[in-house]
Design a protein around this ligand. Structure first.
Ligand code: NDP
Length: 448
């Protein structure tokens, strides 16, 4: 029989050949598969049943046309996606991303990561992801609504509370979920928990909005605690100023840290006194404006065009929470030189493979996204539980469960890393811990 490393290399090579031009999917698969070599050494039965080749192939890929009318009466056409990647441990679950950069490769990388992330939560949810190359920025509410209605008209054929439960991601927040849910209900006459991230008036969960950002900070706190360190008194840089970034700021500040920089896709602000979160919430959540407008009310701060420069700011803890590949090798080196002790990925795959290696080689505590940002999907699963029970838990109840889940995820990643001889490497630990549960379920369910 082939060795574990030969087997993994062969599957990876075939994956790249079959999915040419999907660079983000290749990147995610390379990181995950290489750390799974250790698992295949211990489990030759996985190789015998060709588990890995089945694992990297989505169960179903749906790609569809989304036509809609803009405010001038012109017909616009976007492309919609839903990748139902793996349902071994539960119904597909994962967000929808609306951003002009969206393509099949991006949705597949996100869906692939989602399998392991969902497994790590300890809840029964499989992996999926979807979205569109539609850009909500600059569109009127009516345009966003017409787009969402057209998107859901097709998507509703493939989802369901026990089948596939989408949620938000970049460009999909409470407004978009509301329009999507309204159209789903209208077409199916079915009031069920088919989407999460819903408004509180119609089945949403308290603390869902805060969950990914809070969860990220809970994970990093657990990681710091293992080194007898904490957020108190630390300087923090957070990229992005969306849902994840805002609530990571809120929790890190509650724990005694000072957040000095945040960004959007145009540039970043640096406020040495600590960024005023109320201003950011007003600009981003209410007015949907650019982060540069922070300067109008905080003239002592500075604004710089471009995204990458944010990593030149000296900090103890970096929380990249905007998008994929925002920290490359050079940015990682700068962070290390500036004394950064911990990096927690709020976004999915914000660090390149080369950047990750810089952190690991230099002893920076590194929390990979699939573990550190799992609080959002975990709380989405708690929303599903509340919907099934027709119950609503208090903010404190949900937040306590979230914290517990994040601490458990850290414990799993930590113990798998130790067991497989790579203590403190939470990339390997999270990949292995997440994979083993899915692998066991796939083995038990036969060749399907
Ligand atoms: P939002 O749309 O709320 O915010 C995204 C933020 O990142 C905005 O500040 C946006 O700037 C910036 N951004 C988006 N794309 C780019 C880009 N290509 N270059 C530079 N900046 C960019 O999204 P979320 O906060 O929900 O998501 C952020 C990250 O967290 C994503 O990677 C997502 O997959 C991940 N994530 C989100 C979860 C959730 O529950 N929301 C759960 C787990 C992971 P601008 O406003 O200018 O577009």
């Amino acid at each position: 029989m082939v060795s574990a490393s030969q087997y993994v290399a062969k599957v990876l090579e075939k994956l790249k050949e079959k999915n040419a031009c999907e660079s983000e999917f290749h990147q995610a698969a390379t990181e995950i598969l290489e750390s799974l070599e250790l698992v295949f050494e211990k489990h030759p039965e996985f190789i015998e049943s060709n588990l890995l080749e089945r694992f990297v192939e989505p169960e179903r890929v749906i790609m569809f046309r989304v036509p809609w009318f803009d405010d001038k009466g012109n017909v616009q056409v976007n492309r919609g996606f839903r990748v139902q990647f793996n349902s071994a441990i539960g119904p597909y679950k994962g967000g929808l991303r609306f951003h002009p950069s969206v393509n099949l490769g991006i949705i597949k990388f996100l869906g692939f990561e989602q399998i392991l992330k969902n497994s790590l939560t300890g809840l029964s949810i499989g992996g999926g992801k979807g979205g569109s190359d539609f850009d909500p920025k600059g569109k009127s509410d009516n345009e966003v609504m017409r787009f969402c209605q057209s998107f859901m008209t097709e998507l509703q054929k493939y989802i369901g509370a026990d089948v596939d439960v989408p949620a938000g991601d970049i460009g999909v927040g409470g407004r978009e979920i509301g329009y999507l849910y309204g159209q789903y209900k209208r077409l199916t006459n079915n009031y069920s928990g088919v989407l999460t991230g819903k408004g509180l008036a119609y089945g949403g969960s308290l603390a869902r909005k805060e969950a990914t950002g809070y969860g990220l900070v809970y994970f990093v706190e657990a990681m710091l605690k293992a080194e007898k360190k904490s957020f108190a008194g630390k300087t923090v840089v957070i990229s992005g100023s969306g849902n994840v970034a805002i609530y990571a700021h809120e929790k890190a500040t509650q724990l005694g840290a000072k957040v000095v920089a945040m960004s959007d896709s145009n540039g970043f602000i640096y406020d040495p006194q600590g960024i005023d979160l109320d201003t950011i919430k007003q600009l981003k959540e209410v007015e949907r404006k650019r982060i540069s407008e922070y300067m109008l009310t905080h003239p002592h701060a500075t604004y710089t065009e471009g995204c990458f420069g944010i990593w030149n700011i000296k900090c103890d803890i970096a929380l990249p929470s905007a998008t994929q590949n925002e920290i490359d090798e050079q940015s990682a080196q700068t962070l290390v030189q500036n004394g950064c002790i911990a990096v927690g990925e709020g976004a999915n795959m914000p660090t390149t493979l080369e950047g990750t290696n810089v952190f690991l080689k230099n002893g920076v505590l590194f929390a990979p996204g699939k573990a550190a940002n799992a609080g959002g999907v975990a709380t989405s699963a708690l929303e599903m539980s509340q919907n099934s029970q027709r119950m609503a838990w208090t903010f404190e109840e949900v937040d306590a469960k979230l914290k517990n889940i994040m601490e458990n995820i850290f414990a799993q990643a930590d113990s798998a890393a130790k067991e497989y001889g790579h203590a403190k490497n939470y990339v390997i630990g999270a990949n292995i811990a997440g994979f083993l549960k899915v692998a066991d379920a796939m083995m038990a369910q036969g060749i399907v």
